[in-house]
Design a protein around this ligand. Structure first.
Ligand code: NAD
Ligand code: UD1
Length: 339
């Protein structure tokens, strides 16, 4: 079976994907510098997989560290999760974001080309669509200039992959545009472990639920939506991980640029999420309304038809699974991987 280098494989989405790769018969190698993850995740991944997954501590910006991996393993393809992802931080530190996300991706692609490894799957984001003109969003919707450095790094790496594919048509470049990943592995052993106060909705909800945070502030209740709060396409991280497996199955050694939305196609409002979470915990989750968050899009949800038709993939887990699994992870690991 094929050997797959998973950059950022110790992170939230990477760790779940490694498990699904093993289940599908692939041989993943984790490559991570732990700048936003903890080595403790590795033992948990091994426990779930029932075997030790090779891992390398390294930085995608350092050529020699990447070359060492390619010298030691015959790598058939790369799934590239490694990157920085905090929108607010990217506004404060744009150069760090361009360095890590854009230069890091450039270095990775350069080393892949050097070793004749031409299968690349990239973690892109629905953020490349900006404020969409029409929902649901298809892959044909225009990619827009992003409103923050983080988002722009996704746009830039997408273009870099496309330009490289034009120049070297043997490359298979897969751009997976994730909508809003939430949830955790059923075992409760791995999940999302944000540093400090979470910026994203689901980890904030779970931390209120376990009493680490007092109440959720809902950013804006005067949007032109059914209940005035923003709409997003939340997708269970295990479904998302399976999307990567299907993308590999379909696109490995299939030269070209392949772009897929990975979402459920269903939009939920922030209030829908609060209600679903309240149902999961059995009482009303403390919340209040607050000012809009600058940069938020009103509604964003996928048309996932292309991935279904071409990859044979569709999200199976529903909102109850997402809330229950997120809560289960947080309850079992109130301090994330610290314990
Ligand atoms: P994460 O921070 O949990 O995982 C990223 C991993 O990459 C971390 O383990 C980090 O230590 C590692 N890393 C970062 N820079 C590195 C470098 N220079 N060298 C080696 N390792 C490095 O994030 P995640 O939520 O798992 O996201 C994975 C990818 O998916 C990211 O590229 C992110 O931008 C993208 N994405 C995430 C979301 C989301 O909501 N989580 C949505 C859309 C796209
Ligand atoms: C955010 C990023 C986006 C990134 C995505 C995944 C911004 C402006 N956008 O998107 O670029 O790709 O995360 O990492 O940061 N909410 C609250 N209270 C909270 C937290 C969130 O009401 O404490 C609301 C938000 O206003 C939004 C929804 O919940 O309407 C989802 O927020 P979030 O989880 O941050 O995801 P996105 O806004 O989709």
């Amino acid at each position: 079976m094929s050997t797959i280098l998973v950059t950022g494989g110790a992170g939230y989405i990477g760790s779940h994907t490694v498990i699904e790769l093993v289940k599908a018969g692939y041989d993943p190698i984790i490559f991570d510098n732990f700048c936003n993850s903890k080595p403790a995740v590795l033992a948990r991944i091994n426990k779930i997989c029932g075997k030790n997954i090779p891992f390398v501590v390294g930085d995608i910006r350092i050529r020699e560290q990447l070359e060492a991996v390619f010298n030691n393993f015959k790598i058939d393809g790369v799934i590239h999760f490694a990157g920085l992802k905090a929108v607010g931080e990217s506004v404060q530190k744009p150069l760090e974001y361009y360095d890590n996300n854009v230069n890091g991706s450039r270095m990775l692609l350069s080393v892949m080309k050097q070793y004749n490894c031409k299968n690349f799957i990239f973690s892109s984001s629905a953020t490349v669509y900006g404020e969409p003109d029409v929902v649901p969003i298809t892959e044909q919707s225009p990619v827009k200039r992003a409103n923050c450095p983080y988002g722009q790094t996704k746009v830039d790496v997408e273009y870099m992959g496309e330009e490289l594919q034009k120049a070297d048509p043997e490359f298979s470049i897969v751009l997976l545009r994730y909508f809003n990943p939430v949830g955790a592995h059923k075992s409760g052993l791995i999940g999302e472990d944000p540093k400090g106060i979470p910026n994203n909705l689901m980890p904030y909800l779970t931390q209120v639920a376990v009493g680490k945070l007092k109440e959720l502030s809902i950013f804006g209740n005067d949007y032109p939506t059914k209940d005035g709060t923003c709409i997003r396409d939340y997708i269970h991280v295990v479904d998302l991980a399976l999307g990567h497996v299907k993308a590999l199955d379909h696109c490995l050694n299939k030269a070209g640029v392949h772009i897929y939305n990975l979402g459920t196609g269903v939009g939920y409002s922030v209030l829908d999420m609060v209600n679903a979470f309240s149902k999961a915990i059995g009482y009303e989750l403390p919340h209040k309304f607050a000012a809009r968050r600058p940069g938020d899009v009103v509604q964003c949800y996928a048309d996932p038809k292309k991935a279904k038709e071409e990859l044979g993939w569709e999200a199976k887990l529903n909102l109850d699974d997402m809330t229950a699994d997120s809560y289960n992870w947080q309850k079992n690991n109130p301090n994330g991987y610290e314990d």
